[in-house]
Structures are given as structure tokens and as C-alpha cells.
Ligand binder design. Structure first.
Ligand SMILES: [Mn+2]
Length: 318
């Protein structure tokens, strides 16, 4: 597995921590403002060079910039113009060696939590979701619209993705619930992930194996990873306690999953793909302004993951 961290494109202290932790590859979140035009090779090169000069090689874009992807997910009037821009990103990305986009297909509502101050071990704070606490909005989209929009997206971009060797890694819906009020969600089960992958069979279409989301679906994640192995392009390493209607995040060593077994499994399955930690606790002394993305919990999570990867490597080679 290739250890990465999720970094903004404006250099911040997390870039230094990443290098100090021994990370050499970055998952990048593109700027979503007027300074960055996704179709301008110069803008991309500036960002790539900024990472390279800091000792980090960008390998994955996550997520697809929302301004581009939202109309594609909802089937809005801007959809075709946005698809055109997505396709124009591919040759630029290919030239810079950034060959994967991690994208979700949640329309209107992204990853969602109903609390960000749930006490975890030692009073660290984590995010959680309880369906009973969720207040529905007036937004609406049906399951059939979403399937049609996903199909339209894949048919539009995959021929170009194949031409330039760009891979689309579908992230499951978090939480993986079929409905939030009137907003349907489709990437909510292994069966639906299979159906999505079958819309355009291609080596350039795969999944982001966000293991805690598959766990929240109620899937056996060992079986799910085994089945999807050839399609896993990227791994999100995190854990939860609970079910999709009532769960909270945990420290990476304190959830319901045997994390060492998962790391060993990815190795056995040949998943030599980028991996990053996600949704870390907010620890003592931290402000909780970015729930799930605080610094101290992230350092612990990355160290823990690195230890597991090295442990497996040592056993395999030893
Ligand atoms: Mn994830």
C-alpha cells in the first residue's frame, strides 16, 4: 500500500507533518475558487510543482470539484458544460502523473453527521450520525434519477478516461442510507456498487474502498474487499462503532474492525494502491473547528497505519 495524506493545495503545516511522518504521496483537494481553472494546464502545473518542491508527489484528486460535479449528480442544466470540463482535465492530469479521481455520487447532501462532539476514548471528540436526529430538508432526488445521472456521467467520461489512463474511483455514500428525507442515495450497498461498476465495465472504473462505510452498510468487509480487490483503486482507512442509522467514528485502534487483519488482507489481495486515514478524533487542546480533520488524532492514525503496514511487510518478507 502507498501511504498518503489528504492535503489542501495551499501549503500548510499538515504538509510538513506529512513529510516528517515519511509520507511521499499526496491526495489533493483542488481549490474551488476563481484562482483555479480546472482546464488550465498552467494552474495544475503550479500546484503539482508546489507539492513536488515540498517532497510530495500528488497521485489522487479527491473529490471531483463540487462546482463541476454537483450539476452532474443532479442532472442540472450545466451538466454537459461540466462534463466537458471534466474531460478536459484528463490529458492535463495524465501529463502530470495524477492518474486517479476519487469521486462520490451523493447529490444535494454530501458526507453527513448529526453530531461532532461525541466522547471517544479519554474524552477525545468524534463525529457521529443518528438517523433519529436528522432533520430532512426540502431537497429531493429519486433513485431512478440518480442511476440515470450516474450512467450519463460514466458514459460521458470513461471513453476519455481510457484514452488518457485516468481512473475513476467511486466512493460509497456516507452514511450509506437509501434515503435522507426526499433525497435518495444509491451507492449504499455492495449490490449497488456492483451495479454501478457494471454500467461501464472498464479498467478505468473502480472503487475507493472506504472500509468503514462498507462496514456501516452491514457488509462483511473482508468478503467485500476480496470481491472488489481488482477494482480497488484507493483505500480510506477508518473505523466506526454502530450501524448505518446510528454510529460514531472511533480512534483507528478502537473501533469494531480488526484493522491489522484488513491491512494484511489488502496485501494478500495485491491491493498496492494509495491509502489514507480519515475522520480522526479531535484530541485534548484542539479546537474542533474541523471535525474529523484535526491534527493530533491524524498524526496518531497515520502512525498506527504505518506501523500496521510495516508489520505486515516484515511478516511477509521475514
Ligand atoms: Mn471515505
Amino acid at each position: 500500500m502507498i501511504l498518503t495524506d489528504y492535503l489542501l493545495c495551499d501549503k500548510n503545516i499538515q504538509w510538513d507533518y506529512a513529510r516528517q511522518l515519511g509520507i511521499e504521496h499526496a491526495v489533493i483537494r483542488l481549490p474551488e475558487d476563481d484562482r483555479f481553472d480546472v482546464t488550465d494546464p498552467g494552474h495544475w502545473r503550479t500546484i503539482r510543482d508546489r507539492f513536488l518542491s515540498a517532497g510530495l508527489k500528488p497521485v489522487i484528486v479527491e473529490p471531483m470539484p463540487n462546482a463541476l460535479h454537483d450539476p452532474i449528480k443532479t442532472g442540472g442544466p450545466e451538466r454537459d458544460a461540466c462534463l466537458d470540463k471534466v474531460i478536459r482535465m484528463f490529458p492535463i492530469m495524465a501529463e502530470l502523473g495524477i492518474d486517479t479521481i476519487c469521486t462520490n455520487f451523493m447529490a444535494h447532501i454530501g458526507w453527513l453527521r448529526t453530531a461532532s462532539d461525541i466522547p471517544e476514548r479519554g474524552g477525545a471528540l468524534v463525529t457521529g450520525f443518528r438517523l433519529a436526529d436528522y432533520q430532512p430538508t426540502s431537497l429531493a432526488i429519486s433513485e431512478s434519477e440518480l442511476w440515470a445521472n450516474l450512467d450519463y456521467f460514466l458514459q460521458a467520461v470513461l471513453p476519455a478516461a481510457e484514452r488518457y489512463g485516468i481512473r475513476i474511483a467511486l466512493h460509497p455514500d456516507d452514511p450509506p442510507l437509501a434515503r435522507l428525507g426526499q433525497v435518495s442515495r444509491i451507492l449504499v450497498s455492495l449490490a449497488n456498487i456492483r451495479r454501478a461498476l457494471a454500467l461501464y465495465p472498464s479498467d478505468c472504473l473502480g472503487v475507493t474502498f472506504c472500509q468503514a462505510t462498507y462496514r456501516a452498510m452491514g457488509e462483511d468487509i473482508v468478503q467485500a474487499a476480496t470481491e472488489l480487490a481488482a477494482k480497488i483503486l484507493f483505500i480510506h482507512f477508518r473505523d466506526i462503532r454502530g450501524t448505518k442509522t446510528d454510529f460514531h467514528e472511533t480512534f483507528h485502534d478502537n473501533g469494531q474492525t480488526d484493522m491489522a487483519r484488513m491491512v494484511a488482507l489488502y496485501g494478500q489481495l495485491g491491493c498496492d494502491v494509495p491509502v489514507r486515514v480519515d475522520h480522526v478524533p479531535t484530541m485534548a487542546g484542539e479546537t474542533g473547528q474541523t471535525p474529523g480533520y484535526a491534527t493530533v488524532g491524524r498524526l496518531f492514525a497515520i502512525g498506527y497505519l504505518k506501523g500496521l503496514i510495516d508489520g505486515v511487510k516484515s511478516q511477509t518478507e521475514g
